[in-house]
Design a protein around this ligand. Sequence first.
Ligand code: HEM
Length: 553
Amino acid sequence: MDALETCYMSVTDTLSPLGRLAFLPYSYVQTTLQTLRYLIMNTLSYCRLYFVYYYNLFYVLQETEHDKDTFQITYQQRKFNNESRIRNKELPVNDNVRDMFDPPTNINQYFMRMWFRTGYYYDRFVVHSPINIFNGSRRSYSYNPYPSITTAKYLNSAKKNDGVKSSVNEKEFLPKPYSIVKTLESKPYSPTFQKASTSGCPMFPGLFTNQQICEQTNSNEKTERQEIEEITKKDKDEIEDIQNDKTVSNSSSRNIFYKIKIKRKATPKTDQYKDHVTYGRYDLVSQAIKNIIPQPSYKPEGTIGPNMIRFTWHCCAHYDSASGTGGSSGGTMRFAQEFNDLGNTGLTTSKSYLDQVQQQFPWITFADLYTLAGVVAIEAIGGPKVEWKPGRSDCPDANKVPPMGRLPIATEDWSHIQEVFYNRLGFNAQETVALIGGGHGIGGCHSRYSGFNGIWTRNPFSWDNDFFKVLLEENWSLGVVPETGIEQYYNNDKSLMMLNTDVELLRYPEFKRWVEIFANDAKYFDEQFAFAFAKLLELGVIRDSDGIQRVKI
Ligand code: HEM
């Protein structure tokens, strides 16, 4: 089977361009049909618009004569319906996939899109079906480029609404491999196309770079994630009894089974401090964090708010969705191995103040404290309220510190941003742009830390959507930071700066689209940032049914 699989992979690798060519006619017919459909629908909708317009006019004249109030209400209701219909249509999930499937508006796009669709058709129908049989992957690659309900906000409200089961599949909101179209000049991303790499599956080198697939395929040993999930599925009452050292059943073998399982999971640290006077008072912790934000001795800002937001972001940014490692869980930033890493230079400021807060409230885990810090700092600076849940556990020692070097690199281009935010962290374009623009709308760069220097916006200590406005309006050109000789972008009068990754947001059309949307709609930007930041804080946090995360020891 291994040989067969390897052979299959090498054939698909060499045949992929030819395979795509074979799909060109199909793609051509599809595009033509879709364009025709688009034209016809457009014509019909114009006819409908005219009809509705005259009908409404007639209606207005009639109604105003008789019943003004009823007319007002009906009119408002219609307006609302129309708006929500338009909004649903304009906020797609897989934006770049939708781009690929939108009717072309000019002849160039017509040919370009046709070619990229071939990648989609080829990937979907040719490569993945047989490979799914080989590796037993349960992933589904089919999706609807035009889902009926699309906003993450809707998903949230549907979830909160107890008793009402959401018809929205959460997976629809996660970026899929197909949504990662690298560039209009290169072929679409597909895990199966990746070449041999040392980080691949040890049994089939180069076959899978996705660690999870590899783990599924190559051993009977369960991953930590699977084990934790399995244990949480067990009868909760029985597990609690064991924790309290009560006898659960007459069968001793059964007892041993559970005891072993439980021993392998750390007792939540919070339990040791149950009698502490402030136990569970997260409001007091938030207040203590708020109190340490103004720091006149921290020059030149006088506040460590932005530093704290960056600190929280870095605590989460090393999450890797493929291996399940990294992320805020474990509170690994407290170990020298992590906070001394080059990418984290300057963040010891926040760490040292937060560690003092931890001494005040010894029951809170570092993982919880370090994530709560960012949430409090965002709010303190006038930003949106970010949903935060306690219950993260600290790992016992530095063994769980994830490999360093996973943070995004400021001099890289938009494909690197995609690699980090889409592939590794699991965000989509909208969330990525909201996060970067939100983070870089406050504070600035310090030559003593990163080598870059300056501020992104004119009001770096108040929350707004200026980052997007400035990025679009100013004229950016490359310059050199005098103190360090490092290149960065400056505006005309050199009062503001941008990193290369910031300017790259204008160079990839999908990112640019969101930059424009957020520049025009500050309220919508706030919502999206809050949603994305909350998602960031939860990356890699797998909780038991009681909301507590227990790490294996
Ligand atoms: C492409 C992704 C990103 C890159 C390459 C990047 C890089 C950087 C760099 C080089 C600095 C300057 C550090 C210094 O010299 O003090 C910085 C500052 C900052 N970053 Fe990012 N960042 C990224 C994304 C984010 C995200 C997603 C957030 C938060 C949501 C964020 C929040 C911040 C904040 C608040 C500062 C200012 C810190 C201060 O004023 O002390 N960054 N970033």
